[in-house]
Design a protein around this ligand. Structure first.
Ligand SMILES: Cc1cc2nc3c(=O)[nH]c(=O)nc-3n(C[C@H](O)[C@H](O)[C@H](O)COP(=O)(O)O)c2cc1C
Length: 188
């Protein structure tokens, strides 16, 4: 897939087929992540590949009530939609994806969040080009303070989480909405 086409057609996928992604394909996606630019070429990222569905369910079950409590009182259309999703039976914040990858960054690296986010976007685009859907799961953030769950992610010393992304073969084709036109100031 051509680069511009991959960028324009990637959309978050939230329904996955019940089949695993071969390790070679996941390695390719991770390798693509590592070709992202990084400040001073420090490449401060590392990856935790989670395929233990019981563990992912535990994380999800911990996060759901916290996410619901954060939304108390919010009644715009989006919040109502998200609330009904969170309350639905069998909902997982990871959408039952076969693989979830946590991107972790060297805690001391000043630009870790930017560097790791660039890495994450490379991974999502590479996945899309390989026929694999993805969705960044910011909801994991509410578990960052839970020592027991974080221990389950086996984050090496000196690293901390930047984001988690669910990956899997898409079982849906998300509607590819047009994005907002860019607000651009030209100075010349
Ligand atoms: C930092 C970040 C956190 C996100 N967290 C979630 C999440 O917890 N659950 C979810 O379903 N989507 C999540 N998303 C996906 C966004 O909802 C999605 O990117 C946005 O609606 C735009 O749609 P698109 O990715 O299809 O272009 C997150 C995206 C980003 C960048």
């Amino acid at each position: 897939m051509e680069a511009i086409e991959a960028i324009m057609t990637r959309r978050s996928v939230r329904k996955f087929e019940n089949r695993s992604i071969p390790d070679e394909v996941l390695e390719k996606i991770i390798r693509a992540g590592t070709y992202a630019p990084s400040a001073l070429a420090l490449q401060p990222w590392a990856f935790v590949v989670v395929q233990d569905q019981k563990f992912l369910s535990r994380v999800s079950e911990f996060c759901i009530p916290i996410l619901l409590s954060h939304m108390k009182g919010a009644h715009d259309g989006l919040s109502d939609l998200f609330r009904s999703l969170l309350e639905s039976k069998d909902y997982s914040i990871y959408y039952h994806a076969p693989t979830v990858i946590m991107i972790i960054g060297k805690t001391t690296s000043r630009f870790r969040e930017i560097d790791c986010s660039l890495c994450a976007e490379n991974m999502m685009l590479a996945a899309h080009a390989l026929g694999i859907g993805s969705c960044w799961i910011g909801s994991t953030d509410v578990a960052y303070n839970n020592k027991e769950l974080m221990a389950g992610f086996r984050i090496p010393d000196g690293y901390s989480p930047v984001g988690t992304i669910a990956f899997g073969y898409p079982a849906e084709t998300p509607h590819a909405d047009e994005k907002h036109p860019p607000v651009v100031t030209w100075i010349r």
